[in-house]
Each structure stands twice: as C-alpha cells, then as structure tokens.
Design a protein around this ligand. Sequence first.
Ligand code: AMP
Ligand code: ZN
Length: 112
Amino acid sequence: MNNCIFCKIASREIPSEVIAENEYFFAIKDISPLYKIHLLIIAKAHIATVSDIPADEMEHFSAAFDLAKKIAQKLDVVASGYRLTVNNGSDAGQEVPHFHMHFLAGEPLRKL
Ligand code: AMP
Ligand code: ZN
C-alpha cells in the first residue's frame, strides 16, 4: 500500500535486515527497542489490524506464531520466556497500521 512504512520494508524499497521469514511473515529489529530483544514479526501483505484479516486468509496467520516459535529457538529464549503482542487501533497505541506482532524478550518484562 502507498506510503506504508512496513509495505516499503516488505517490498525492499526501504532496506532492512531480515532476521527470519516464511511465506507470509518476516521479522526485523524494532527501531526503538523497549527491551534487550525487541523484534517485529510483520505480515508481508498489507492488512491493518486483526479485524481486517479476511476470513479466507485467517489460516495464514498461524505462520506468525510459527515464525515466533522459530525465532525463540534461534535466540535461545524458549526457557527464559518471551512475549508476543499485537496492538490494534488507537486505544492500543498502534502506530503503524500494518499487522505486526512484537516479539519481546531477553530480560524480565514489565507485567501486563
Ligand atoms: P505499534 O505501536 O504496535 O504500531 O508498533 C510500531 C512499532 O514499529 C514501534 O515499536 C516502532 O518503534 C516500530 N517502527 C517504526 N518504524 C520502524 C522501522 N522503519 N523499522 C523498524 N521498526 C520500526
Ligand atoms: Zn502496509
């Protein structure tokens, strides 16, 4: 989608180091990390929020968890733990309206 920062990263119009990827998602480091490990697992397609996922594409979203599982293994945080967060809309503080899941780890996280 025009002018979407994550679409531009997905299409490589804006270069970024891709940490891991699969058919539907890719992971990069968050530009303003809140924790020692702060990655974003970003949909390759432009879908704004969970509420915008078409019914016939919903099954693709398990690939986001599959990528998170592989990243947790690769970064060796399975035992220590990690948090996956998806912000949807303004009350949740979503800044970039293109589906992404925060992967937070590497130190104790503030309790929700
Ligand atoms: P959210 O508030 O859930 O929409 O999160 C958006 C996240 O994207 C924030 O944590 C930003 O720091 C991060 N972000 C914005 N632009 C970039 C970028 N170009 N590369 C990596 N992370 C970014
Ligand atoms: Zn987009």
